[in-house]
Design a protein around this ligand. Structure first.
Ligand code: SF4
Length: 511
């Protein structure tokens, strides 16, 4: 490990090293290999800790012979980008694999390449430049904005194609073949697109059996979104079909980890944590809807017998049981997170959320009876069918919940962003003016009743643009301007378009 001499580089190096030293690492990089792969999460460290897809790719790549994979994350202040594993700078890595899960993180990829002097357009890269591989959740519904930027795009689940992909190109990279020849070695892969060769993918990779390679944390750190919990994926895809959500429509079929395999993973992580810290970890069970896990009663009984603390990534309100609530309370958890999305049954019906007013009220009563005093609630607004009455109903809900004894209620609002491959794909994000008016109405109605948080309208507009953007959008991204400038240009276009659309709109009900 070489410590940098320059003070700015040393500060960056120290930040990365501090995160790394506070981690408990269950899997290690190899430290040697014919090819070094940088696995980059193009967002901050906290997000990196909580993303099991990223952990999984790290494990997969380090099982491939000849490959040494190390972890990186994005920070806007970074210029060197040091590995969380060996602390080497990223320039020493010949494949840069971006695990991308959120639309806005594409701007961070652009910034990172710009800072490192890598040509943004894949066709302009030469022998001395790294190969830019992209994979992750974004590829399930729209990877078009990545088209000009990426050398390789892997579509769908990484478990099966990623080892094949890397095994195929490593010998060509080692032999120093020309970029085009290296990429041509992948031309037969059905789930891979090669933009510089204009080669499209033909299908989305679906990993049919989670038990063959269960997903669980490779490392934990207190800054993760689930705290220091060791995470295990109990299911992939979703049995539900909420009209706004890509998960239900793009990750079919829903698959679940058999209980005996899950138990083995839990026991394995207990052994690893015991060896590292001398105590059992708390667990976080991850899936689109962990409460739909078919072996939930057995899991809860096992966790109780073993006195293990746990949390779930989300909870379906109609699936709440007293056993689940008492299990969650065992670790003295005060707060519970729910996602009814809308305050009225009418709008939940529009969203195909499938939760009645009675189920919502019953769930909150049970939660209160179990001793929870804080509730965090995810909500949507900006739905064309919603009226002022539907929005004011949030305040009535909060008042009812306060009567049940909840003293801290946090309402988090996101505008409805129509996504491709969902029943809402032909909708548009409501105009800035309409969203601002709806936000104001909600703020006024909820003032003094609870905490509120609203996703920035600017980010929502950008997200909406990227979610449905085509390859022409990709050309903007590689224009060479800074991320800030590109965002301004894109927003300018959105505003012009929505102003034009608003003139003929019959949907916006709040004026
Ligand atoms: S919102 Fe939740 S329950 Fe609905 S489809 Fe998406 S993941 Fe499933």
């Amino acid at each position: 490990m070489r410590k940098p001499r320059n003070s700015a580089d040393f500060a960056e190096f120290s930040t990365v090293k501090a995160f790394s030293e506070e981690e408990t690492q269950y899997d290690r990089h190899k430290g040697y290999g014919d090819v070094d792969v940088a696995l980059i999460f193009p967002s901050d460290y906290d997000q990196t800790v909580g993303n099991l897809g990223y952990h999984k790719v790290f494990q997969i790549l380090n099982t491939v012979e000849g490959v040494n994979c190390e972890r990186f994350y994005y920070d806007p202040s970074f210029t060197k980008f040091y590995s969380l594993d060996s602390f080497r700078p990223i320039d020493e890595f010949s494949i840069w694999a971006f695990s991308i899960h959120f639309e806005l993180d594409i701007f961070n990829i652009v910034e990172m390449l710009r800072k490192k002097g890598i040509p943004l357009r894949s066709v302009e890269r030469r022998g001395e430049h790294p190969f830019i591989l992209t994979c992750g959740s974004l590829t399930y519904f729209n990877a078009c904005p990545l088209w000009e930027l990426a050398d390789i795009i892997l579509y769908g689940d990484a478990e099966d194609p990623l080892p094949t992909l890397v095994k195929t190109i490593v010998p060509a990279v080692v032999k120093g073949k020309r970029r085009q020849e290296v990429l041509e070695t992948l031309s037969e892969m059905e789930t891979v697109a090669l933009p510089p060769l204009e080669k499209e993918h033909r299908t989305l990779s679906v990993f049919s059996s989670l038990s063959r390679f269960p997903s669980r944390s490779s490392f934990v750190h207190p800054k993760g979104p689930f705290g220091r919990k060791a995470l295990i994926e109990v299911g992939r895809g979703c049995l539900r079909r909420c009209s706004f959500c890509v998960t239900g429509f793009t990750r079919s079929p829903a698959r679940f980890l058999p209980f005996d395999i899950l138990k083995k993973e839990i026991e394995d992580l207990i052994d690893k944590e015991q060896a590292a810290c001398g105590k059992a970890p708390a667990f976080g069970f991850i899936s689109a809807t962990p409460t739909d896990y078919p072996h939930l009663p057995e899991l809860l009984a096992f966790l109780e017998r073993s006195s293990l603390d746990f949390g779930f990534s989300s909870i379906r309100l109609e699936s709440i049981s007293d056993a689940l609530l008492s299990g969650l309370r065992r670790g003295d958890q005060q707060s519970i997170t729910i996602a009814p999305e809308a305050a009225t049954e009418r709008i939940r019906w529009v969203l195909n959320k499938g939760i009645t007013d009675g189920q919502l009220a019953d769930a909150l009563e049970r939660i209160a009876r179990a001793g929870f005093r804080e509730v965090k609630c995810y909500c949507l607004f900006g739905i064309e069918e919603e009226t002022e009455e539907d929005l004011l109903a949030f305040a009535r809900l909060v008042e009812e919940w306060r009567k049940l004894g909840f003293y801290k209620i946090h309402m988090s609002f996101n505008p409805l962003i129509p996504k491709p491959n969902t029943p809402f794909e032909s909708r548009v994000l409501e105009s800035e003016g309409t969203l601002r008016r709806k936000k104001k109405l909600l703020e006024n109605a909820l003032r003094g009743l609870c905490q509120t948080q609203f996703e920035s309208l600017r980010n929502s507009q950008l997200q909406s643009l990227l979610a449905k953007g085509d390859r022409s959008l990709s050309k903007h991204l590689v224009s060479g301007h800074s991320g800030q400038t590109i965002q301004k240009q894109l927003l300018q276009n959105v505003r012009t378009q929505t102003r034009t659309k608003d003139k003929g709109s019959s949907h916006a009900t709040i004026r």
